[in-house]
Design a protein around this ligand. Structure first.
Ligand SMILES: Nc1ncnc2c1ncn2[C@@H]1O[C@H](COP(=O)(O)OP(=O)(O)OP(=O)(O)O)[C@@H](O)[C@H]1O
Length: 491
């Protein structure tokens, strides 16, 4: 077992690699090739061979192995057979794989060929792959149709050379725009990468502080991104906390939620530095399903968590997936529906539930796993004010009466703050302030961070205090404001 001196330097890499990128790129390009083949007019019976030009582009871009190159050739052959205007298209079944393998050979052996500025490979492969493929095709055609040698030598072979020359022009004409397009979409960056998943099983990892959730120097960036989304985040959530995390759009709130559940880095991939501990267990030494027993998570897009037809099937599905015994499932469904006040809805179909009821059902689903920590990402974004109030009342009950630790990511703070006992603000992936609700709101106001979220009564009090009109400027509700003003102006 290895000891870690500085946990902030410990890295976990999860990268799938671009193993299948060649399929995506080739499919898209062959589709373009097929359309061009069907619509392009022929001049004097001569057209470029669009299928060969497009698979040459795909092969030059993704540098597939010979086996993959052969696969590309066979797919192109099938497309050609199905869409060919020729009387005997079956020669394509051999000629296209030969063309694709010729191009693959050139990519592996002459990939370095450079002109003044640009690679010469697209032009060269466009010509040679078309020539080799065309040569095989016309030779088969001659044999099958028993054509005279004079037609073969003076007509067919020169035609193959002409189409090869045409393809030497159209292949680079397609290659360079395709290169720019796929690169801008990040589709070529990892074609050479292999999958990497770090193994932390040999490390002794322990949190630096107490807490049911502890983040120790956590930094994180997604795959194919240069800038980290989380930067040296340190946070401890204690048993029974009702913690709210806020911040502007793109500040990293959802990513932080995912890190608490293990989805970052197990599911989302990327590179995580530092460590997240759930009940003292490092998330990189556990799995998402094992962590789900401790941390329940409701996505901002909570509807996507629902999969069944009826309420009871939905909860049963979750429990069956985790191998819970059938007799326990029945009892648990009753219990969790009672907790979210949906006892009468057991047989209802999901389509007959309101948005608020579906949200409660997701909570019931999460509670069925009996997690002690509940994490919610923007849970009330689709609810009206009354629905939002009822939702937070329910979470308050779960927190106070059932002992659940609650972590909520919220942009709109007004409704949740009456229940929160701690507020954390994120800015550009960093924790700027972590304190009581009043302390963090004052920090946000003074440092102009995510000011739009500050409840208007609090902002108003801060403004009055700044002008010396009142002394205590930390009101969280209209009632506190009224009381404080009455007190101040009556004395
Ligand atoms: N799967 C992903 N791959 C690459 N980048 C991502 C991915 N998910 C999020 N990001 C980027 O990470 C940054 C932080 O995103 P995140 O969703 O964590 O922020 P947020 O504070 O929850 O934002 P919002 O309030 O708008 O939902 C953003 O710039 C976003 O574009």
């Amino acid at each position: 077992m290895k000891r870690i001196e500085d946990i902030g330097k410990l890295e976990f890499h999860h990268r799938q690699g671009g193993r299948f990128r060649w399929i995506t790129v080739t499919t898209l390009l062959l589709a373009v090739g097929t359309i061009l083949h069907l619509v392009s007019p022929s001049v004097g019976g001569v057209t470029p061979n669009w299928a060969i030009a497009t698979y040459c582009v795909a092969i030059c871009l993704t540098k597939p192995s010979y086996k993959q190159g052969l696969g590309i050739g066979l797919v192109a052959a099938l497309i050609n057979v199905l869409t060919s205007k020729s009387g005997f298209p079956y020669g394509n079944l051999l000629s296209e794989p030969v063309g694709a393998l010729t191009c693959t050979f050139l990519v592996h052996h002459l990939g370095h060929l450079q002109g003044k500025k640009h690679s010469l490979l697209p032009a060269l492969s466009g010509f040679l792959a078309t020539f080799m493929s065309g040569f095989v095709f016309v030779t088969i055609l001659k044999a099958v149709m028993n054509l005279p040698w004079v037609v073969y030598v003076t007509g067919m072979i020169p035609l193959v050379i002409v189409i090869g020359l045409l393809n030497a022009v159209v292949t680079p004409a397609l290659f360079f725009p395709a290169l720019r397009l796929f690169r801008s979409r990040g589709m070529l960056e990892d074609v050479d990468e292999t999958a990497v998943i770090s193994d932390h099983s040999e490390y002794v990892l322990q949190p630096s502080r107490d807490g049911v959730l502890v983040l120790d120097h956590v930094s994180y960036r997604y795959n194919r991104q240069r800038t980290p989304v989380l930067c040296d985040v340190n946070l401890a959530v204690h048993k029974g906390d009702f913690l709210v995390i806020t911040g502007g759009a793109g500040s990293g709130k959802s990513t932080l939620c995912k890190a608490l559940t293990g989805a970052v880095p197990h599911y989302c991939g990327g590179v995580m530095k530092g460590m997240v501990f759930v009940n003292g267990v490092a998330t990189t030494q556990s799995s998402i399903s094992a962590l789900a027993g401790t941390v329940g998570y409701m996505l901002d897009d909570y509807d996507s968590q629902l999969v069944a037809m009826t309420v009871e099937e939905e909860i049963a599905f979750t429990l069956e997936n985790y191998g819970v015994a059938p007799e326990k499932i029945e009892k648990t469904i009753d219990e969790v529906l009672a907790t979210v006040q949906m006892t009468g809805y057991r047989k209802r179909t999901l389509t007959n539930l309101s948005g608020g009821q579906r949200q409660r059902l997701v909570i019931a689903d999460v509670l069925a796993m009996k997690p002690e920590i509940l994490v919610f990402d923007e849970p009330t974004s689709a609810l009206d004010p009354e629905g939002t109030k009822q939702f937070y009342e329910l979470l308050h009950t779960l927190n106070r009466e059932h002992g659940h630790t609650i972590v909520i990511v919220e942009q709109n703070l007004e409704a949740v703050l009456p229940y929160a006992d701690r507020l954390v603000v994120l800015d550009k992936g960093r924790v700027c302030c972590d304190g009581s609700v009043e302390t963090t709101l004052a920090y946000m106001y003074e440092h102009h961070i995510h000011e739009a979220a500050i409840p208007s009564v609090f902002a108003c009090a801060m403004e009055l205090a700044a002008h010396g009109i009142i002394t205590d400027g930390k009101w969280l509700s209209a009632e506190t404001a009224e009381q404080a003003l009455r007190q101040q102006f009556s004395s």
